[in-house]
Design a protein around this ligand. Structure first.
Ligand code: VG1
Ligand code: CO
Length: 538
C-alpha cells in the first residue's frame, strides 16, 4: 500500500563534487534520506522508468536500499536492477546503466570517505548517460529538498536481496543481478587477458588491497580466479560496513599496509588499491609509487598496447588540478586535450561527443569512455596489460616516460576542518589578489598567468568556475580549490607542480618546497586558518 508521509525540509542537501555526502549521524535523522530521494524523484519524474541500484556495503547501505526500493515503487518506477545483497561498485553500476539502457542509477556510497556510524554515508545519482547528474540537475534537486513537504513510500516487508532473480513490489519489477559478471565481461573485452594470464603463470606477483570495501569480490574474481594471480594476492577482500576501521582512500597515507608491503623486503612486482566504491586506484611497483597524474599520462602514451584502443583513441582530458604530464603526451600523439573542473561529471559530455577516450584526476581517478565513471580495476588491468606487453617493470615504464617527456613533480596539500566562512574568505581574498600577481617574480619563479579557472563546456555551453591557478613561466603551477566532498567544515586543497627535464631522482616534497611557501604566503593560509602545515599530503 502506498503511503504519503508528511515531512519537513533539511537545508543542507546540496550535492557536491560527487553526489551527496554527509556524516552517517546526519543521514540517520528522521526522513533525511527519504527527503533527498523524493526530491530526486520530484525532478526526474521516474514513473515508468528503470534504474540501477547498488552500494559499497557501508553502514546504512542495507537500510537505505530498502527505503529506496519502497519509495521507487511508490513513485511509479517500472523496474529496478539491483546488485546482489545491495552491492555494486560505482564503475559496475555505470556499466549496467549503459548496457541495459536504463534511465539512470543510484550508488549508496560516500566513496573514499570512512564508513560506520561515526563515518560518512552518501548517494551518487547517475542519469541515462551512465555518469552522475549535471550541476544543473543537482541544483534543481537541491531546490526541491528545500521545499519538500511529503514523500511516497510503500508499506511493505523488506525485499530479499540475497538471491539472484526477479520479484515484484506493488507492480514494480525488481531484478537482483550478480554484480560481478557483467563487469568481468566488459574488462575481458578491453584487455588482453591471455597475455596477463601468461604474466602471472610466469611468476609475476601482485598485491591488491580492497580496503574491506566493495571491490574485494571483483578483484578475487578477476585477478585470482580469472587471471591466475596467486591466492592471497587480494587482501582485505570482504566488504565490511565500517571497512574494518580502514579509511578506504587509496593513497600513500591511508593504504599504509599495502605501502609497507610494497616498500618492504621481498615486495611483490605490482601493488594496487581501490577506494570504497571502486572508482579510484593507486598504482605501485617494487619500492616505487606512480602518481595518478603520471599514471594518466603513461596509460595514454601506451594506448596502442591495449586491444580495445589499438586502432586509435580520441583525445584525453584531465581535471585542471591534475598535473600537466598528460598534456605533453597529447601533444606528442597529436590528439585532442581538455582541462575540466574537478569532478567526473565534467568528462561525460566530452566522452559522449567522442572528443576524448581517456580521462583522469590527480585524486587517484583514471578511466575511459567504456563507462562514464572513473574505474579503479580498469586502471590496474591497463597497467598489467602494459607490463605483460612490454616485459618492463612499473619503475622502468615510469622512468622511461620521464626520460621522454620530463617529470612533473606533484603533490597535493590538504588543509582540513577549516570553518566554512574562514575558507570562503580566504578564497575571496585570493581571487581579488590574482590580477596583481601577473608578471611578478615570486622567489625563483615568474608568474605567467594568475586567474580563476573557468570551464566552458564545448557541448552544452555551460560555464563553470572551479578553483584558481597561478602558472609560472617555467611550467610550474600552484592551484587552489575548496573540496566539494567534505562532510563537515571546509578543506582547502593546494596542488603544486614543478616540471623537471633532467633530475628524476629528487624528493617530491623538496622539489615543491618553494612553491609551497609561495602558496602559503599568497593565500595567507597560516594567518587565516592558524595552520602552519597541511593535514594530509598526497
Ligand atoms: C574529490 C577529488 C575529485 C573527485 C571527487 C570524487 O573531490 O578531488 O577529483 O572527483 O573527490 O571522488 P573534492 O571536491 O573533495 O576535491 V570519489 O572517489 O569520492 O567519487
Ligand atoms: Co570513489
Amino acid at each position: 500500500m502506498i503511503q504519503t508521509i508528511k515531512t519537513t525540509p533539511y537545508t543542507d542537501q546540496k550535492m557536491g563534487t560527487a553526489g551527496l555526502r554527509k556524516k552517517s549521524q546526519v543521514v540517520l535523522q528522521p526522513n533525511y534520506f527519504e527527503n533527498f530521494i523524493q526530491s530526486i524523484f520530484n525532478v526526474i519524474k521516474p514513473a515508468g522508468k528503470t534504474y540501477v541500484v547498488g552500494g559499497d556495503g557501508r553502514f546504512y547501505n542495507d537500510i537505505a536500499i530498502q527505503k529506496l526500493i519502497k519509495m521507487a515503487s511508490a513513485n511509479g518506477v517500472k523496474k529496478l536492477i539491483i546488485g546482489q545483497n545491495g552491492y555494486l561498485s560505482t564503475p559496475a553500476s555505470s556499466n549496467i546503466i549503459l548496457k541495459r539502457h536504463t534511465d539512470g542509477g543510484f550508488v549508496l556510497t560516500a566513496s573514499h570517505n570512512p564508513g560506520g556510524p561515526n563515518g560518512d554515508f552518501g548517494i551518487k545519482f547517475a542519469t541515462a548517460t551512465g555518469g552522475q547528474c549535471s550541476s544543473q540537475v543537482s541544483d534543481e534537486i537541491f531546490a526541491q529538498t528545500k521545499n519538500i513537504s511529503e514523500y511516497r513510500i510503500i508499506d511493505a516487508q523488506d525485499i530479499k536481496l540475497d538471491t539472484i532473480g526477479t520479484q515484484t513490489l506493488e507492480g514494480m519489477e525488481i531484478e537482483v543481478i550478480d554484480p560481478i559478471t557483467d563487469y568481468v565481461e566488459m574488462m575481458r573485452g578491453i584487455f588482453d587477458f591471455d597475455a596477463i594470464k601468461k604474466l602471472f603463470a610466469n611468476g609475476f606477483t601482485m598485491c591488491f588491497d580492497a580496503m574491506n570495501a566493495v571491490t574485494g569480490p571483483y578483484a578475487i574474481e578477476i585477478f585470482e580466479n580469472t587471471l591466475g594471480a596467486a591466492p592471497g594476492s587480494v587482501r582485505n577482500s570482504t566488504p565490511k560496513p565500517d571497512f574494518g576501521g580502514l579509511h578506504p582512500d587509496p593513497n600513500l597515507v591511508y593504504a599504509k599496509d599495502l605501502v609497507n608491503i610494497m616498500f618492504g623486503d621481498k615486495s611483490p612486482d605490482f601493488g594496487a588499491a581501490n577506494d570504497g566504491d571502486g572508482d579510484r586506484n593507486m598504482i605501485l611497483g617494487k619500492k616505487f609509487f606512480v602518481t595518478p597524474s603520471d599514471s594518466l599520462a603513461i596509460l595514454t602514451d601506451n594506448y596502442a598496447l591495449i586491444p580495445a584502443y589499438k586502432n586509435g583513441i580520441y583525445g584525453v582530458a584531465k581535471s585542471m588540478a591534475t598535473s600537466t604530464a598528460v598534456a605533453r603526451v597529447a601533444e606528442a600523439h597529436k590528439i585532442g586535450y581538455y582541462e575540466v573542473p574537478t569532478g567526473w561529471k565534467y568528462f561525460v559530455n566530452l566522452m559522449d561527443s567522442k572528443r576524448i577516450t581517456f580521462c583522469g584526476e590527480e585524486s587517484f581517478g583514471t578511466g575511459s569512455s567504456h563507462i562514464r565513471e572513473k574505474d579503479g580495476i580498469w586502471a590496474i588491468l591497463f597497467w598489467l596489460n602494459i607490463i605483460a606487453a612490454t616485459g618492463k617493470s612499473v619503475e622502468q615504464i615510469t622512468r622511461e616516460h620521464w626520460q621522454k617527456y620530463g617529470r612533473s613533480y606533484y603533490l597535493r596539500f590538504d588543509f582540513d576542518g577549516i570553518p566554512t566562512d574562514t575558507a570562503n574568505d580566504l578564497m575571496k581574498n585570493l581571487e581579488q589578489k590574482l590580477p596583481s600577481l601577473n608578471g611578478t617574480s615570486q622567489g625563483n619563479f615568474k608568474v605567467k598567468l594568475a586567474e580563476t579557472f573557468v570551464y566552458n563546456d564545448p557541448v552544452d555551453h555551460s560555464s563553470t568556475a572551479n578553483g584558481m591557478r597561478i602558472l609560472m613561466t617555467d611550467g610550474s603551477r600552484i592551484v587552489f580549490r575548496l573540496s566539494g566532498t567534505s562532510s563537515s567544515g571546509a578543506t582547502l586543497r593546494v596542488y603544486l607542480e614543478k616540471l623537471e627535464k633532467h633530475d628524476f631522482d629528487a624528493v617530491p616534497r623538496e622539489m615543491v618546497d618553494e612553491l609551497l611557501r609561495i602558496a602559503m604566503t599568497i593565500a595567507e593560509i597560516e594567518k587565516r586558518t592558524g595552520k602552519k602545515q597541511a593535514d594530509i599530503i598526497t
